[in-house]
Structures are given as C-alpha cells and as structure tokens.
Design a protein. Structure first.
Length: 273
C-alpha cells in the first residue's frame, strides 16, 4: 500500500491572479485554467468513488486500504479546496466555467451503480493526471515566468497526483474489476477528457480575445505536439494502460518524490484526513 501524507500548501490565493499568469503565454494560461476548472467537481467524484469502493470491501481488506484511502481523500479534498480559490480569481477575468455543469450531468449517470464503475472512471482520470504531472515536473521551466505561489501550486498538485495514482486502480482490482471494463472506461474517459479540456481552453481563449492570435496557436502546437509536447510524450505511457498486466506503479514517480523532498518548506504536513 502507498503511504499518503496530506499537505497544506503555504500560499495565498486570496490575492488577484494576473490575466496571463503563465509567463505571459495566453495558450498555456488558458490550458491550465481549463484544467483547474474541472478539478473541484472531478476531485469530489474521485473522493466519493474511492469511499464507495472502500465501503464495498470486506472488513479484512478495508484494514489493508484504510490508511491509504484516508490519505487519498485528504489530498484530493485539499486540491479541490485550493483550486476552488484559484478558480474564483480567474473568474474575475471574465472566464466562464462551462465544463463543470457538463461534468456534473454526466457523473450523475453513474450514481448508485456498481462502485467499480466509479473506480474505473477515477483510475482512468488519475492515469491522465499522473501523465500530466510527470510532464509538468519534467518541464517545470514552463512555469519559470509565473508568480512563485502559482508555480508552487501546479508543481505541488502534480507531485501529489503522481503520489496517489495507484489508489483507485488498486481498489478496482481488489473488488474484482475486469480488464475489459477498465479499458472500456479509459477509452470513454480519453474522449471526454480531451474534448472537454480543448473545448474549455478554446472558450477561455475566446473570452480572453486571444483565440485567433498566431502566438496562441504557435504555443499550442509547441507545447502539445512539439518534440517535448504533452500529447506526444504522453502517448506511449497512456497506451500502456491498455495492457492486461499494467499497473500505475510501473511508471516512475521519482520526480514527484524529489519535488516534495526539495520543497518541504512550501507546505505543512497535516496528517490523514
């Protein structure tokens, strides 16, 4: 089992955030903003799914997972809270979160279903966030032009996403979840996640007035599809999820451990929630 520590990031998000806070790059700012808009509702769903899966375990297995589940819930609850604060700041720029209501409607469709469905959806999304986290931690220079508090926000979140990437997956396996349904949900989540992320990013850029600027499209091409682009570098580890013998621990989290160790002064440990 993975030992998860709940941490409180020592930053102030009551202060305004600049319009193009990511080093003046309109595309990267809009992309990060879009991701943040999905986090409060998404992470609440992950929390609920993991809790429901935990409750479905027999008592002996619950004891095996109890500490890890508490840590997972605590970390995700902290992410949900801090991104809600961040989202409140970017809304002041005239941005509208249209992703969240769509996500709420879709997630209602699995309410009351077999808890393995919620866990499969969560495990698929956690794989995406782990891939994004690895890319962020290995390309942290993208945030060098940001305010230090915002750089800390995204790298801390990335480090913790990599840290707890196994929890939902392991619960799904413990409940006898099948490989067929695991990959079926990954296909669905891939389509929905990428479509919603790009749609919200484009909407953010449109409202910002920078959608049709050449610099925006150049940045998008470089950071998504370029030699070190997110989509290009993530394709192979994304595809690995479809192997019958896949497990999230097969993909390294060394950068996560290193960031948490080197930046211990930026957070306090609050224990399991």
């Amino acid at each position: 089992m993975t030992e998860l520590t709940v941490r409180r990031l020592l930053i102030d998000l009551e202060q305004p955030v600049q319009r193009h806070w990511c080093g003046g790059d309109a595309f990267l700012t809009a992309w990060f903003n879009a991701l943040s808009m999905s986090f409060p509702v998404g992470e609440q769903f992950f929390i609920d799914s993991v809790r429901n899966g935990f409750k479905a375990l027999p008592p002996a297995q619950q004891e095996v997972f109890r500490s890890e589940v508490q840590g997972f819930v605590g970390q995700e609850a902290t992410h949900r809270r801090i991104h809600a604060l961040f989202n409140a700041q970017i809304e002041k720029h005239g941005l509208v979160n249209s992703w969240e209501p769509r996500a709420r409607e879709r997630l209602r469709l699995v309410e009351g279903s077999d808890p393995r469905h919620g866990l499969a959806i969560t495990a698929a999304n956690e794989h995406f966030t782990a891939l994004f986290a690895e890319w962020m931690l290995s390309h942290s220079q993208l945030l060098d032009g940001c305010e230090p508090r915002l750089k800390s926000l995204w790298l801390w979140h990335s480090a913790e996403e990599a840290e707890h990437k196994c929890t939902a997956f392991d619960l799904y396996q413990a409940l006898g979840g099948s490989h067929a349904w695991r990959v079926k949900w990954m296909r669905r989540v891939t389509l929905i996640f990428l479509t919603d992320t790009l749609r919200q990013t484009a909407e953010n850029l449109r409202r910002d007035g920078s959608l049709w600027r050449w610099s925006t499209w150049r940045s998008a091409a470089r950071h998504m599809l370029g030699r070190d682009g997110l989509l290009r570098l993530s394709f192979k580890p994304w595809r690995a999820y479809f192997r019958p013998d896949f497990h999230p621990s097969q993909q390294s989290s060394d950068l996560s451990e290193d960031w948490l160790r080197r930046n211990a002064s930026q957070y306090t440990r609050v224990g399991a929630a």
